[in-house]
Design a protein around this ligand. Structure first.
Ligand SMILES: [Zn+2]
Length: 234
């Protein structure tokens, strides 16, 4: 009788051990799966075969010191006073779309002025270091990207302003831009309430060219470029 009991006990222990091992393996596999997903997401964000206008530059994804956009050109729009020549440049691909956007705004009685387009690595370095001097590192980090990590180095974005240089939410210029820029292939790159994703405070003046298809999708779904790239696997 004892022998039978012993056999049953061993049997139960073996079954329990096997079950536990299987469970453990399952958990590990799940963890590996998650890790792969995370890795895939990151690889996805760095996809080099992606369309040029969908390049991602943010706090985690930088450009080399020597990166210069193709076909830098000054678009035929009005600029705010004091804008230097370098910042009047934009990548060739966005010159026409920005001209069309500014023209369409004018048709609606909205005057938009160019304020800052392309910024070289060196210029960004100058802006960043001078902001640290004037406002301290905390505020500089919240509003100014470190050199190599500014979207302005791509030439695919531009800061716009209005005649009073007061381009904030609620002004007719900022509201027009937020509602219409997607029609020309641009997005508000740092929307309100998305700082946790973009790592940049809300900037109603900074528009980024991504092409009409992506811009419409991003506008319709109220998402950021980061979320779009992660979702669309582009
Ligand atoms: Zn900007």
């Amino acid at each position: 009788m004892r022998r039978v009991f012993k056999k049953i006990l061993i049997f139960v222990i073996v079954i329990c051990t096997l079950w536990y091992a299987a469970e453990l393996k399952g958990i590990n596999l799940n963890k590996i799966g998650l890790a792969l997903n995370e890795k895939y997401k990151l690889l996805n964000l760095n996809n080099t075969s992606r369309k040029k206008e969908l390049v991602l530059v943010n706090i985690e994804h930088g450009l080399s010191k020597d990166y210069k956009p193709e076909g830098l050109t000054t678009p035929n729009i009005s600029f705010a006073t004091g804008v230097n020549q370098e910042e009047k440049y934009v990548a060739g691909i966005i010159a026409k779309p920005i001209e069309e956007l500014v023209h369409a705004a004018k048709q609606d009685g909205i005057i938009l002025l160019g304020n800052s387009g392309y910024r070289s690595y060196k210029s960004q370095n100058d802006v960043y270091t001078s902001r640290i001097k004037s406002e301290g590192k905390k505020l500089a980090d919240a509003y100014v990207a470190k050199p190599g990590f500014s979207e302005h180095q791509t030439g695919l974005c531009i800061d716009l302003t209005n005649k009073s240089s007061n381009f904030v939410k609620g002004t007719k210029e900022a509201d027009w831009l937020a509602e219409n820029c997607y029609k020309f292939g641009f997005i508000i790159r740092y929307p309100y309430g998305k700082q946790d994703i973009t790592s940049i405070e809300y900037e109603p003046w900074h528009i980024r060219y991504v092409g009409k298809e992506a811009a419409k999708y991003i506008y319709d779904n109220k998402i950021t470029l980061e979320e779009y790239l992660a979702q669309s696997k582009k």
